[in-house]
Design a protein around this ligand. Structure first.
Ligand code: ADP
Ligand code: MG
Length: 243
């Protein structure tokens, strides 16, 4: 489903991603862990060209982009393949919950409004927020906002959903409800890449775990290998600090 080859990304003199190679299978749940500043968000952002790599090839589903020769319609096509869930929700505050979910379907995908609303209703039931359909984001808790953001991402039926620390901005008592929604989602066979510091959750849902440090994939393996028996010294040290 996803292929990354020889990916480099710098901001000025700062090399943030250094020769990343990675493949993700259809339906796979890949969890990325690693210290702050190690390049996790940048990697996700390169996957949909929110950041343009300095070099490297990115393929998601049938869309492949070589940074040496990028066409705008390729970027447009790549962005259709993925949806992103951000730490800070990024909801439209002047739109209702339902409008947040249906907006892209109606405006970008040109779907009939009634059909989009049907999809919205289904997804809001799935994330347990159907009664909030006409509410505005400002009246929701952080956990509820994030559940709307997840429903919005799913509405687009992307090839892959990219989660960038979806629970990091939440008060501790709200983390559980979002993880629960994500856990349900992982059972639906939707290819997902999840950056998280929730190690217990990662252990539970991941098919594969990557440890990133300093712009590189330092170690990759099953949750059991990474969490119970890491082979790299830096992985061990990181896990000692966070668990
Ligand atoms: P992580 O998500 O693992 O915490 P990031 O990918 O956000 O790491 O950042 C990796 C490094 O790149 C950090 O040193 C960060 O300061 C830097 N960085 C990220 N985005 C930018 C940007 N737009 N401009 C300059 N530096 C950036
Ligand atoms: Mg980040």
């Amino acid at each position: 489903m996803i292929e990354i080859k020889g990916l480099y990304k710098s901001f000025g003199d700062l090399e943030v991603l250094k020769d990343i190679d990675l493949q993700v299978k259809k339906g796979e749940i890949l969890v990325i862990i690693g210290p702050s500043g190690s390049g996790k968000s940048t990697l996700l952002r390169c996957l949909n060209y929110l950041e343009k790599p300095n070099s490297g090839i990115i393929r998601v589903n049938n869309t492949k982009i070589d940074s040496k020769n990028v066409k705008n319609e390729e970027i447009y096509s790549l962005r259709k393949e993925s949806a992103m869930v951000f730490q800070n929700y990024n909801l439209f505050n002047n739109k209702t919950v339902m409008e947040n979910i249906t907006e892209a379907l109606v405006v970008v995908r040109k779907m009939e409004k009634s059909k989009a609303i049907k999809i919205g209703e289904e997804l809001l039931k799935k994330v347990g927020l159907i009664e909030k359909r006409d509410s505005y984001p400002n009246s929701l808790s952080g956990g509820q906002k994030q559940r709307v953001a997840i429903a919005r991402a799913m509405a687009l039926k992307p090839s892959v959903i990219l989660f960038d620390e979806p629970t990091s901005a939440l008060d501790p008592e709200l983390v559980g409800e979002v993880l629960e929604v994500m856990r349900d989602l992982t059972k639906l066979d939707i290819t997902s890449i999840i950056v998280t510091h929730e190690m217990e959750f990662a252990k539970d849902v991941a098919d594969r775990v990557i440890f990133m440090d300093n712009g590189k994939i330092v170690e990759m393996g099953s949750p059991n290998e990474i969490f119970s028996n890491p082979s790299n010294e830096r992985t061990k040290e990181f896990l000692r600090k966070v668990i």
